[in-house]
Design a binder for this molecule. Structure first.
Ligand SMILES: [Zn+2]
Ligand SMILES: [Zn+2]
Ligand SMILES: [Zn+2]
Length: 293
């Protein structure tokens, strides 16, 4: 470009450096130095069969004394080709977990850690109302991967909380969790939480003192704690029906029953739908679920 300008704009006297305008001299300087720096850097990296390249140096941290970083690279390659690896994240920040390696691949860097000496800690969770590819609330987890090897820099990986279970399966080390972080593992868990908070604001139902509360017939673990009372509309109107069963279910089991009758592909309709009572089949909605006092 500079040579072209020398010929095209001969009045600027670009050919003789001492007389060329200041800005053009700076331009020429940059045009020469930047590519030469790049060339020198590439030459430096390529010495000793690319052993100075940052990626090779990262891998060399795990190499055994008698073998080079190439051995580590081929181990990573072999494991990466297995279909059971765990991979997630956008192309700019892929997270890949294979049988022995935890890797994070970003545009300019590759972080590698060996599974046997990493500590994973969930440091943060962020709730987003909607994710771009489905209209569900999503929770993003930040997991810090720190290695026992001091030469390996710690790095953060991000993933959706629904993939957390899958990640735990692939990892051999347990994942520690910072005390304030709550992980919503699946849509079901999220629904149960919402269900419980909605039932809480419904009017409570007081059992006659003569009646003893039995154990929940769903889980047999806790006492029955909810009763279905039609409160959403007047007795004779609407689609809901009055259920005459005594309290037999705990809140969690009732929530699970409610969720099990829903269309998993349309979670936006869940809260507004009606399901039959698990015992007498009378239809009810969430407004009709009353806690027992
Ligand atoms: Zn139960
Ligand atoms: Zn019933
Ligand atoms: Zn109702």
């Amino acid at each position: 470009y500079y040579v072209g300008m020398c010929l095209a704009a001969s009045e600027k006297q670009l050919l003789s450096l001492s007389q060329a305008p200041e800005a053009w001299r700076l331009f020429l300087l940059l045009a020469v130095t930047v590519p030469s720096i790049a060339c020198i850097l590439i030459y430096y990296w390529s010495r000793d069969r690319w052993a100075c390249h940052p990626l090779a140096r990262t891998l060399a941290l795990y190499a055994l004394p008698q073998s080079g970083w190439q051995a580590v690279a081929s181990s990573v390659n072999t494991e990466f080709r297995r279909i059971d690896k765990f991979a997630t994240g956008a192309p700019g920040a892929r997270v890949i977990v294979t049988d022995t390696w935890v890797m994070k691949v970003t545009t300019y860097r590759v972080h590698v850690a060996q599974q046997q000496d990493v500590h994973l800690t969930v440091t943060e969770s962020r709730q987003h109302e909607l994710s771009p590819d489905s209209n569900l609330p999503v929770q993003l987890l930040t997991i810090r991967v720190a290695s026992a090897n001091p030469a390996v820099q710690a790095f953060d990986i991000w993933l959706n909380s629904t993939e957390y279970g899958e990640l735990c399966e692939k990892l051999r080390a347990p994942i520690r969790r910072a005390a304030h972080v709550v992980i919503h593992q699946s849509l079901g868990d999220l629904f149960l939480e919402t269900f419980a908070s909605l039932v809480e604001v419904n009017p409570a139902y007081s059992v006659p003192s003569s009646q003893e509360l039995e154990a929940c017939i769903g889980c047999m673990q806790t006492r029955a704690s909810v009763k279905l009372v039609k409160t959403c509309q007047e007795a004779a109107t609407g689609e809901c029906q009055q259920c005459y069963c005594r309290p037999m279910w705990c809140l969690t089991c009732m929530g699970k029953w409610f969720a099990s009758r829903q269309d998993p592909l349309r979670p936006d309709t869940w809260l507004a739908s009606r399901v039959p009572c698990p015992t007498c089949r009378a239809r009810f909605c969430i407004l009709d679920v009353c806690t027992v006092r």
